[in-house]
Write a protein of this length. Sequence first.
Length: 290
Amino acid sequence: ERKLILSPLERMAICCIFFEPSSRTMESFGVAANKLGAFTRNLVGERDGKTGEWVIPYSSMIKGETFEDTIATLSTFYDAIVIRHPVIGKVAIAADHSVVPVINGGDGIGEHPTQGLLDLFTIYNELGEVDGKHIVLVGDPKNGRTIHSLIKILTHYDVKVTIVAPEQLMLQEEYREEAKRAGILKEETTEFERVIPTADIVYMTRVQGERFPNNPEGQAAYERVKDAYIMTPEIMATAKPKMALMHPLPRKNEIDTRCDADTRSAYKHRQMRNGLYIREALLAAVLGKV
Ligand code: NCD
């Protein structure tokens, strides 16, 4: 008989190292770890005003210690490390220098795998099934790492994926090819309202303003696309009665707050809470306790 372990991570220590802002990922990892009996610390990084390097304030990174050596050091104290970094591939480098598991909490415009897992779980939970569903991903598939990770995960299922984005923000070739190879890519289009009535999931995303060049042209380009697609109650009215509306959050204008009260809106509470459950499960799995 299997004994239920209430605190599988008792006396363990988890470190969240975040070089980019976070409300959900960092907090839900912290609460998940605490609920399982571990204690946590958050180390918040920033760009050094003088050198332009990404550093943890008051750590030896200020004295010029490398990212690699810093991670090697921290990994000797902690049982697992969660990292978010603006530079694509940096989390993988951290994993190479750590002696404990490293979890990717988002790497630049690369991936956000734990968001992908919680999104998959939300689709399953909302619809009771993943296979056979039509999933519409809207907004910024070019820069949106949550879309990248969700596509990778969905290649393991028998789904149809439609991408809705302005021409400039369409999927990068790598992800398009992956989706095509798996036979899940139904369509890439700029027409939002046309596809909504056939969607089982509508997954809205924020246009990633911080990924546009920080100059007048870049900001003008962002202004042109930032409100390209906005979900409203009027558009919700054309969707299936059992459609689920998702968003990794934070939202800007892309979901009208009047949609929040619709029972099909999963983003407001259910999707986020699933992030807590998924991260609890992941920590327990990664630390060998399930
Ligand atoms: C996302 C992210 O950081 O990639 N947020 C999240 O973790 N839920 C989405 C975003 O910032 O647009």
